[in-house]
Design a protein around this ligand. Structure first.
Ligand SMILES: *Cc1c(COP(=O)(O)O)cnc(C)c1O
Length: 442
């Protein structure tokens, strides 16, 4: 197997992440465990930052889409790297604040933000709210008015480009729950609605065309459509967007069906996007908008792996061989949710030939509790350490206490040391919010 930059195999035949032996990490911290390489996270952030600097005169900001992996340490990294973040709930906002992240550089998303979440965001000085309903605009107007604040917003538009991994489709209309269509007049109506508000300042537009996208043309096409729309709104309503947020969605490698991009390849994506914006600004005589991008998965996905210990092995002769691990859908529900594919290896036998084909199962009481189906592996034995790659994004953030299992801890590796960024849970954590009504105590 041909590894990404963060991973290699050492002289003992053990997998290393960020220069540390994963078998030693597993011994020290136990399993299941999420492990992140800090240098890789910072490297990916800098690829995007440097590209905006070089190709767009620094006239923009990288927002880390923190729904991919949200915890205090990750906002601390974003703060040190001087990027922004996007948040999608009161909980993410609270976590960012607790990590000392200034909400001036935070953008808030959501198709149904709650009143209390909007109030919390505005009170704490959220930089920008991406409006996704008429009702939301009314609520922001009310809260901002009552606090004497002029709140910056973008509106979420739907450019009619939908991208999925290797393909994209153009749609005139869309049935997405997100955004307002630019083709049926609904985006224009929302703009008018907001331009009439006293306590809201409309800065521009946001769009996000999908996730795990490898097709550069889809970003180019979306940028063209949004800029054409911006020119049209300038003509019809006299409003010119000062900001353009093109969302995230850059793809990562999970298994060999995906291209194996190097960090520098992501600069290519962004350069194509920037070129499309510049062309259209020139064509329509628009000012170059302040550019925001929101990569989540591509910053954190490949920076993370999950370590498990192999337990029960069940060989259903001629049918399937199951290797069960001490984790499962409670730490990684993505196979159960959408049959996501992962690459798996034995961290303590990383040089051994893959002579077996196995299905990696979790320990939950669900047949759908699977991590990977029919993947190549050396012969596994109880006690082997299994590594699942590219689990940095949408794993911990989607984890649960299903079956009252513990959500695993996470460690961050840097310069030959590993530190907790999420501590392990214990039984007390599991029952923390339980209570028994008096009548049940008799
Ligand atoms: C999920 C999401 C992102 C991040 O997407 P990735 O595929 O992780 O890069 C960015 N912006 C919005 C609005 C999102 O919903």
């Amino acid at each position: 197997m041909n590894f990404r930059e963060t991973l290699k195999v050492n002289g003992k035949g053990h997998l290393e992440i960020g220069g540390m032996d994963t078998v030693e990490i597993a011994e020290k911290f136990g399993t299941p465990l999420y492990v992140f390489d800090e240098d890789y996270i910072r490297k990916m952030i800098r690829v995007y930052k440097d590209t905006i600097e070089r190709e767009y005169d620094g006239n923009g900001l990288v927002l880390y889409a923190s729904k991919a992996f949200s915890c205090e340490a990750v906002y601390a990294i974003a703060r040190q790297e001087e990027i922004g973040v996007d948040v999608v709930s009161g909980g993410e906002l609270y976590t960012a604040l607790k990590a000392g992240f200034s909400l001036k550089k935070a953008y808030m998303h959501g198709n149904n933000k709650l009143f209390r979440e909007l109030e919390f965001a505005i009170e704490n000085g959220i930089g920008n709210i991406v409006v996704d309903s008429f009702r939301e605009a009314d609520i922001i107007e009310e809260i901002a008015g009552s606090k004497g604040i002029k709140q910056n917003v973008l509106i979420r538009i739907n450019p009619g480009v939908e991208a999925h991994t290797h393909a994209f489709i153009q749609t005139a209309r869309t049935d997405s729950k997100f955004g307002f269509s630019i083709s049926d007049g609904s985006a224009e109506e929302l703009i008018l609605h907001i331009l009439n508000k006293k306590n809201i300042v409309l800065k521009g537009y946001h769009c996000h065309i999908g996730s795990q996208i490898f097709e550069k043309r889809s970003f180019e096409l979306a940028a063209h459509k949004v800029m054409d729309f911006s020119a049209k709104i300038k003509r019809t309503l006299g409003f010119e967007a000062a900001e353009l947020n093109m969302g995230g969605g850059f793809g990562v490698w999970y298994n060999d069906e995906d291209p194996r991009f190097k960090p520098a390849d992501y600069a290519e994506y962004l350069t194509v996007l920037i070129k499309a914006i510049k062309e259209k600004a020139l064509e329509h005589g628009l000012k170059l908008p302040y550019l925001l991008i929101e990569p989540g998965r591509s910053i954190i996905g490949e920076a993370g792996i999950t370590l498990y210990t192999v337990g029960a092995i069940k060989d259903i002769k001629g049918v399937k061989k199951y290797v069960a691990v001490d984790g499962g859908m409670f730490d990684n529900p993505r196979y159960a949710l959408y049959q996501s594919k992962y690459s798996v290896l034995l961290a303590n036998k990383a040089n051994e030939a893959c002579t077996d084909k196995v299905t990696v199962a979790g320990k939950c009481c669900e047949s759908g509790d699977i991590i990977a189906v029919d993947v190549p592996l050396p012969t596994a034995k109880e006690g082997d350490i299994m590594a699942v790659l590219t689990t940095g994004a949408y794993n911990y953030s989607m984890a649960s206490n299903y079956n009252r299992n513990f959500v695993p801890a996470a460690v961050l590796v840097k310069d030959g040391r590993a530190d907790y960024i999420i501590k392990p849970q214990n039984y007390e954590d599991i029952v923390r919010n339980d209570c028994i009504p008096e009548r049940l105590k008799k």
